[in-house]
Ligand binder design. Sequence first.
Ligand code: DHB
Ligand code: MG
Length: 217
Amino acid sequence: TSIVEWKRSDAYHNSFLIPKDEVIEGILKNNANNRLPDIAVSTAQGKFLNLLVRTLGAKRVLEIGTLGGFSTVWFARGLPVDGKIISLELSTKCAKVAQENINSAGLSDKVEIIVGPAAESLAKLEPAFDIVFIDADKPSNVIYYKEAKRLVRKGGVIIIDNTVWAGLVASPEHTDPKIEGIRSLLEVMKGDPDVDATTIGTVGEKGYDGFTYAIRN
Ligand code: DHB
Ligand code: MG
């Protein structure tokens, strides 16, 4: 099955379950116009993150890696009036585009973007968050995971994006630093009594990938 068919499959399912959304379409357009890489979560995955916020009744979400704020908006939309998402972004350009998107979505009261190296921003944050979403530079995944464990509440959720990477994480001949970053994270998570976790492989408009979902013990 080719990516064309997986795009069609996501579009098919979305047509039943996710209403046409001019704000979301506008964000995707703005991100493309600003030449941001097309690596945000898919619309179906964004909706999943939104459902997760509402399932947990989350009020505080932490996102590592804002990019154009696509997942940020899906998270923020699920928050109650007194909810907040903090999103960490290295690139001033990405943060600027993301802020435009958040403003156009009418969510500026619920989102705070912190620009700078995430490891430095994380060190200044205090618990507790209900959800931490790790979706930034993969070689730093272990640093982000350790900070996520410090910052998330007991029973809260840590999600790490891209942990399947078209199956290449499990393929020993691939030694790309991104893939090694995911492997290092899995090594740290192995037998870690602080979490209970599973990896869920996904396929859709972004092709084959997956995420690791962990509950903080
Ligand atoms: C890349 C990063 C991501 O977070 C993603 O979802 C897909 C691709 C990348 O670095 O190529
Ligand atoms: Mg990602």
